[in-house]
Every structure is written in C-alpha cells, then in structure tokens.
Design a protein around this ligand. Sequence first.
Ligand SMILES: NC(=O)c1ccc[n+]([C@@H]2O[C@H](COP(=O)([O-])OP(=O)(O)OC[C@H]3O[C@@H](n4cnc5c(N)ncnc54)[C@H](O)[C@@H]3O)[C@@H](O)[C@H]2O)c1
Length: 398
Amino acid sequence: MSEDSAKIAVIGLGNAGLPLAAIVADSGIKVMGVDINEERCRMINQGENPIPEEVGLEELIKLHGGKRLVATPRFEDASGCKTFIVIVPVFVDAGNNPDFSIMQKALHSLGKILKKGDLVVLETTFPPGTTEGMAASRLCEASGLLPSDFFLAYSPERIMTGYSLSRLREFPKVIGGRDDESGIVAYQVYKNFISNLHLVSSARVAEMIKVMEGCYRDVNIALANELFKICQDLGVDFFEAREKANHQFCHIHLPSTGVGGHCIPVYPWFLIKEMDKRENFSNCRLLRTSREVNDEMIRYWAGRILSECMKIKKPLFSIKICIKGITFRAGVKEFYHSRNLALARLLMEKGLDAYVSDPLLSEHDVQKWGLRHIDPLTADLLFDPFLLKFEYPQKTKD
Ligand SMILES: NC(=O)c1ccc[n+]([C@@H]2O[C@H](COP(=O)([O-])OP(=O)(O)OC[C@H]3O[C@@H](n4cnc5c(N)ncnc54)[C@H](O)[C@@H]3O)[C@@H](O)[C@H]2O)c1
C-alpha cells in the first residue's frame, strides 16, 4: 500500500466528523479532513480544538492536528485518498421534508475527485434508501463513473456531543454496503479504527437502524411527557411512580420541555414523509402524534409557568420570569430545535417579563438570540427546564 492510498478522507469536520477523524488518526492512519470552513481547518492544523465541550478531543487534536490529521477546505487535496467518509448535515425544511442540499453539494465536490476502485462511506443519518438512491446517483453524475466502478456503503454516526470519543471507541457501530462487496470492503477498512463493528446485510438496513433509534426515543419521550401530564392531573408524583414502574421490561423515560437537537426531532419525519409519499398515512400515526406531543410541551410548560405566576404577589406582567438554560440539552452549547429557546420566546410573545440565564452563555450570546439576560437571583420566578423545577429567588410567593 502506498503512503497516499493509506490515507482516509473525512468530509465534514463538524461535531460528528471531527471526533471520527481524530479517532482514525489516533489509530495510526493518515487522515485528510475536508471542510469548507477555513477557520476550522486552520485551528485543527494548529492543534487547536474547535469543540471544547467534547471530552478528550483536545488531546487528540493537539497530538495529531496538522500532522496525522490535516484539514483542508479544498477537495483536490484529498484526491490521493482511497476511502472517503462523508458526514455533513441533512436537515428537514419548514415542511419537515428532508433537505439534502448540503449533502448534495458535498457529494458533487467528492464526485469530482472520485476514482475507480475508491470506497465512499456515508455516515449522516438518512431516510432509508438514500445511499443506494440519491447518493449513488449524485456521485455517478459528478464523477462520470458507473455505480459498479466504486464501492459505496453506509455506517451511521451514533455519537452524542460531549461523549463522542467514548461512543466511537465502545458503542456498537453498524456498517452495510450498497452491495455485498461494498459492505465487505467497507467493513475491512473500518475495522482498522472501530473495534465494536458489525456488518449488516445492506446500506438500507444500516440506515434504518439509526432512524429507528431516533423514533424509539421520540415516542418514548412523548409517552413520558403524556404520563407526566396525566400524573399532574391525578395528583400523583410522576417521579415516584416512574421509579417503581421501571424494571427489566419497562423503561419509562424522563419528561421534558420537548425534544431538541438535530437528531431525534428530525428522524421520525424521514419515515413520516416517506409514508406520506406512498400514501400509507396510517403507518406513521404514532410517530406523527409523538412529534406533536413533544413539540406541544412548551405550551404545557408555559401554562405551568403562568400558574406559578398566580402564586406571586405582583401584577402578572411585572413578574420577572427567568428560564435557566436555552440550549437543547444541559451542558451542550447547541440550539438546533431547542425547545427551551422556543419556550423563552413563547413567554415573551405572550407579553410576559421573561428573561434567560444560561451558564454556557454570556449576556451578549443571550441577546443574539433576541432574548434578555438576567441575574437569576433577581428573578421572581426561576424555571429550570432540565430539572423541571420552579424556584422563587425574591421570595415573592404566597
Ligand atoms: N452532532 C451529533 O451529535 C450527531 C450525532 C449523530 C449523528 N450526527 C449526524 O452527523 C451529521 C452532521 O452533524 P454535525 O453535528 O457534525 O454537523 P455540524 O454542523 O457540526 O458540522 C458539519 C460540518 O460540515 C461542513 N460542511 C458543510 N458543507 C460541506 C461541504 N460541502 N464540504 C465539506 N464540508 C462541509 C461544515 O462546515 C461543518 O463543519 C448530522 O446530520 C447527523 O446526521 C450528528
């Protein structure tokens, strides 16, 4: 194997791609990271970690950045690689249909440097069928190659920001090919840097595994949210009931202000929209309802906040309400589909005197989201959206 053919290219060095690129480099393989964000490439090449909240990443970037892991904004720099891993986002648009535009651009640029015999592995979460369908045709179109000229496989990223490195090192990872040979070739390459790797029968199965996981979480969180509301109505302590209800065959999740981030609230739509296209509407009733239940939780919490305000001896619109955290998850500075951010905005839209205090954000950061910062100790009512707890720092409650 020549020096160059030992190289792997990782396209997209974001929250998911960079930890993966670092793990590949740490296994002794040279990595060419391609990302259109020039500043991010510069940081990585200087050994600086652009994702500080990712445990352990700093050490790996310091060790390999600019050496075994070289970042570049130019696809041509990766033309000597034999394996290309693509991990750029696919979102849903305003109508909840998958938006492939970022992925399509990346695949087009990759197609321009793709050669006969190369391997492409896609890691972004996709609606099942995307690898063998849209992705294969984009790559063929841009490269002029036939589908049989290159290997194509899919291996979903199953990380969680903050825990990505341990997930990549320990969590089971699946991989499946567009055809049997692609699956085997991809498995052999990935085995060099992923220890808990499982070959599945096709790319479509591997795609479904990841989407299923997201649907499971969304439906179960919706169930927890619904049971939580019912408990409230019945005067039952949900948390006490949950503790004793859970056992080997029952796992009631935790209630919340809804589901955020660019994974769980997005993936059910991949299946819902596909079933809509096929006019199999009834196949996705539970997934659709779960999305609604979770998205509506901010209205429930706005109602609860209003009820708490009624206990405070002040005119309603002068009660200072503070939401303690607007990121979608505690400890992670990400806002995509954040229900806590949506809750803070909803309270302001209702004309309430609502503010925000987030340990991860400066006053300026809060203002950038169109919200107002407050010292939580000066608020009349404090709502912690992660612990679902109320406090009254000014002791103005009856
Ligand atoms: N972040 C997570 O926790 C997580 C978990 C599991 C799966 N994923 C999957 O990973 C995908 C990517 O998520 P992310 O969190 O890494 O996104 P991100 O926004 O953090 O990073 C995407 C990166 O891709 C780069 N990029 C965009 N277009 C490009 C192009 N044409 N060529 C090269 N680089 C390009 C961007 O500059 C950015 O650095 C998601 O859509 C999801 O399917 C993410």
